[in-house]
Design a protein around this ligand. Structure first.
Ligand code: ACO
Length: 259
């Protein structure tokens, strides 16, 4: 999946069924033309194959795990909830990290993020999605922290999410950046530079600057950006930023660099 800004097209699929949820979609997604006359599609929640009829899905569930086009299907599904993105079919260029809730029926996808195997623009995440029934439970924060954590601690690179960000994407990232930066500023008072913050957090300097500017913690003195962080102001902002997400248990992370 490769995403770029694109003119918003009229929504084609109104609803999908995925596992035990029927979900209203938000945006257009470029399904093959033969699917465009269906207002509802049935997704296999394991391999993400999609079908026009429930009976087809029931038949498919027998051997759905064998499907090889999971990445492409995930992109079709995701595009239903992502505006201003273009779908390309070169899924080979990306890694997909799928987050599941597990119970005795198996693992149920709640969201995912994709990441370019090699990014020239230092993107650490291409697309992020939490499926609507699972939103506002902290999964987005978890995925953001996970992707950033992986980047910072394991790859030792500064990174940023691919643009454009959606409104919800920006809200979630701003929340993450705010919490991480304010926690550090509380410990170091103002005696720290944007470069040092970037080295400590792997957050790109531009994202640090825009976050601190939005919190009114930056002054421009003698041609330089200076962080001005009154402890009381920091506490007020931290309270407003709310809780972090589910914590990433680093000891459970198994990771080797992609070659
Ligand atoms: N209204 C107001 N604030 C919101 C909303 C909302 N509907 N959704 C998220 N937020 C803010 C809140 O501050 C929230 O924290 P809180 O619940 O403690 O107040 C914070 O963002 C993150 O909440 P999470 O529960 O951790 O995030 P969620 O699991 O809902 O996922 C995501 C966030 C991934 C952006 C989700 O809204 C989504 O999938 N949206 C559709 C797809 C999309 O826009 N993806 C980002 C595109 S940009 C890109 O991919 C690089």
């Amino acid at each position: 999946l490769r995403e770029h800004e694109e003119f918003t097209k009229v929504k084609n699929i109104a609803k999908i069924e995925l596992g035990r949820y029927e979900i209203d979609t938000w945006y257009f997604s470029p399904f093959p033309p033969e699917y465009n006359d269906s207002s509802k599609l049935y997704f296999c929640e394991f391999c993400l194959n999609f079908m026009k009829r429930k009976e087809q899905l029931q038949r498919h569930m027998v051997d759905g795990k064998k499907n090889k086009v999971y990445g492409q299907n995930l992109c079709y599904l995701a595009k239903l909830f992502l505006d201003h993105k273009t779908l390309y079919y070169d899924v080979d260029l990306f890694l997909f990290y799928v987050l599941c809730e597990c119970d005795d029926r198996g693992c149920h996808m709640v969201g995912y993020f994709s990441k370019e195997k090699h990014s020239e623009e230092s993107y650490n995440l291409a697309c992020i999605l939490t499926l609507p029934p699972y939103q506002r439970k902290g999964y987005g924060k978890f995925l953001i922290a996970f992707s950033a954590y992986e980047l910072s601690k394991k790859e030792g690179k500064v990174g940023t999410p691919e643009r454009p960000l959606s409104d919800l994407g920006l809200l979630s990232y701003r929340g993450y950046w705010t919490r991480v930066l304010l926690d550090i500023l509380k410990k170091h008072k103002s005696n720290i530079s944007i470069k040092e913050l970037s080295d400590m957090t792997a957050i790109k300097a531009d994202d640090i600057l825009s976050t601190l500017q939005s919190l009114d913690l930056i002054q421009y003195r003698k041609g330089q950006h200076v962080i001005c962080a009154d402890p009381k102001v920091l506490d007020r902002h931290l309270k407003a930023a709310g809780r972090g997400g589910l914590e990433v248990d680093v000891s459970k992370l198994i990771w080797t660099p992609y070659k």
